[in-house]
Design a protein around this ligand. Structure first.
Ligand SMILES: Cc1ncc(C[n+]2csc(CCOP(=O)(O)OP(=O)(O)O)c2C)c(N)n1
Length: 581
């Protein structure tokens, strides 16, 4: 039978890898660039797949499934692993029953992240093996390999991809699913209950395991010397391998795909074959530092940038390769106008931010589409650190400056983020007698990452109906007495709710409710400006809707873009904006 091949993105290939290699349970919390892994896994009926409320819970579910004996996959973006780091470090001690692969997607260049951390260090710090694919074929194959290594060495395995691997597509040969029966679960307190007495023994086990993994790393065919011409050799891994092959097609290359533990002897062998060595890797000098520690002289970050993504032109320029011309058109080669992100037309977050800018409030924010409320003309968000942080920041300001000093301050958070890591912050406010106001922008979806469901939407990853967490009752149950729910498109009601909440000497919550504009809200009509009524005060432009623009004699609304939300009409002092009936 002819081999079956498909063009798959790295994320699609990882999903396929999970299918082929007998994964039974897959779990994740969405986060670019890893989100599509679970969205693709869900098509395979053989795999049970779910969204967890956050990465820590996802990881713990994966721990349970692995200990039960099932092959298991858990996926997250790079900052997600910070959230899951607590179980990660101890699961390294516990080990596995069924194979456990952790897919970690780093985001060099921060296409959609708040920092550029290099998570390869997590593998080293947690003392678990790490694989780094350089295309979609390897992304698929390495899922199975990671599960094999996991079971052979009794360890979770980190499969580290980056945005360019996750979102680029290459040809992949497909195989049938291999079936793995679920291993038997046996109680084993010494291995599964990490009290210090047990953990001390397991730490010794881990050190032994690392030595065995080290020996494996020396022999595995995925760490390979590709012989070539000349006396300059290159050590590389992941996507950087592709750039190296483009810039130095004939050079000897040591391609590393298992980068924790590093294959020391293989590196020494390679260093004896060439005179000069370049290390080409994105972000931190992870491999470079390890290689230099072996006493081998290499050139890396002295030449290559430590920030952002690499590409073949950057690699060529860094090493002084004259006249290199990439086959790939790079974004810096095409002069396209910048298109900064904006809140969509009809976004339910707009009415809140319009009020914030009019009321001149300090807003301690969070991560989601609403982070875009910081942009002009709204300028309505003033801190953003990590998911859930806005609530803690508001409380910290409240305790530092007192009630008087924070009377015009509040925290804002989205519904998915509130479930992810906002609830505990709110409990803290109640417990420690804070007086902060928390605004939950409830658009009934995780919009930022592409509209995933979560525990307050009433739908599972598989699209099945499930119990829906009621945010109002939840806030009440943790001791917030002052809660109101307002319509996201009622600008006046939002203003009144904010004023009332900020006047209170107790914790308060305002839930601003309105479906995301990308969910079908049943657009029925659109708004139109009457030029004869428009006095050109341009107040409607201050709502920052992409559908409204400044015309010569009046503002104008693009009927195609208008999502029938009416926020512009409600800010117009002359009733010049009317709904088309
Ligand atoms: C720890 C962590 N996990 C995942 C993400 C990716 N991410 C960014 S915002 C967000 C949630 C946004 O949903 P919501 O809070 O409902 O706001 P919306 O975008 O719908 O306005 C996610 C999952 C992240 N930045 N950090």
């Amino acid at each position: 039978m002819a081999e079956k091949k498909e063009i798959l993105s790295g994320n699609e290939a990882i999903a396929r890898g999970a299918y082929e290699s007998g994964v039974t349970v897959a779990t994740a919390y969405p986060g670019t660039p890893s989100t599509e892994i679970l969205e693709n896994i869900v098509q395979y009926n053989e795999i049970y797949a779910e969204w967890a409320p956050n990465e820590k819970v996802a990881f713990e579910v994966a721990c349970g499934s692995s200990l039960a004996g099932a092959r298991t996959l858990v996926a997250m973006k790079q900052v997600g692993l910070n959230v899951a780091a607590d179980p990660l470090f101890t699961m390294s001690y516990v080990g596995v029953n069924g194979g456990l692969v952790i897919i970690n997607a780093d985001d060099p260049d921060m296409h959609s992240s708040q920092n550029e951390q290099d998570n390869r260090y997590y593998a080293k710090a947690a003392k678990i093996p790490m694989l780094e694919p350089s295309d979609s074929q390897e992304s698929k194959d390495f899922v199975g390999l990671a599960l094999d290594i996991s079971e052979e060495f009794d360890t979770p395995v980190l499969l580290r991809v980056t945005t360019r691997i996750s979102h680029s597509s290459t040809a992949v040969s497909l195989k049938e699913r291999k079936s793995y029966s679920i291993k038997k679960y046996k109680q084993n307190v010494a291995k599964h209950v990490m009290i210090p007495a047990h953990a001390k023994k397991r730490h010794v086990f881990i050190e032994e395991r690392t030595k065995k993994l080290q020996a494996y790393s020396e022999k595995t065919p995925i760490n390979v010397i590709e012989e070539g011409k000349g006396d300059t050799g290159i050590i590389t891994s992941g996507i950087a391998y592709q750039y190296v092959k483009e810039v130095f097609p004939d050079a000897p290359v040591l391609k590393l795909a298992m980068t924790c533990p590093m294959p020391v002897k293989l590196i020494e062998k390679f260093s004896n074959m060439v005179k000069n060595i370049y290390v080409v890797e994105e972000l931190e000098p992870y491999m470079e530092t390890e290689i230099k520690a072996l006493g081998i002289k290499v050139t890396g970050k002295e030449k290559l940038p430590i920030t952002g993504e690499l590409n073949s032109s950057i690699v060529a320029k860094s090493f002084g390769i004259d006249g290199f011309k990439s086959d790939v058109t790079l974004k810096e080669d095409i002069k396209i106008p910048a298109r900064p992100p904006v809140l969509c037309p009809g976004c339910p977050h707009r009415g809140f931010f319009y009020n914030v800018s009019r009321m001149k409030l300090n807003v301690f924010g969070d991560i989601g589409c609403y982070t875009l409320g910081m942009l002009p003309p709204l300028n309505g968000l003033h801190t953003c650190i990590c998911m859930g942080s806005g609530i803690g920041v508001a409380h910290g300001m409240n305790k530092a400056l007192g009630r008087e000093g924070t009377k015009k301050s509040l925290a804002v958070i989205g519904d998915s983020t509130f479930i992810h890591s906002g609830i505990t912050g709110l409990i803290n406010i109640v417990y420690n007698k804070g007086t902060s106001t928390v605004v939950i922008l409830d658009n009934s979806i995780t919009a930022m990452t592409g509209r995933q469901d979560h525990p307050a939407t009433g739908k599972t990853l598989k699209g099945e109906t499930t119990k829906k967490i009621d945010l109002f009752s939840l806030c009440k149950s943790i001791g917030v007495d002052d809660i109101v729910s307002v319509d996201a498109f009622d600008v006046k009601a939002i203003r009144n709710a904010l004023k009332n909440a900020l006047d209170k000497e107790e914790p308060s919550v305002v839930i601003v409710k309105g479906l995301c504009t990308l969910i079908d809200r049943g657009k029925k009509s659109f708004y139109k400006v009457s030029p004869e009524k428009c006095v050109k005060c341009w107040l409607c432009l201050r709502v920052g809707c992409p559908a409204i623009s400044k015309g010569e004699n009046s503002s104008c609304i693009d009927a195609l873009l208008c999502r029938d939300c009416g926020v512009c009409a409600s800010v117009c002092p002359k009733e010049a904006i009317q709904r088309e009936t």
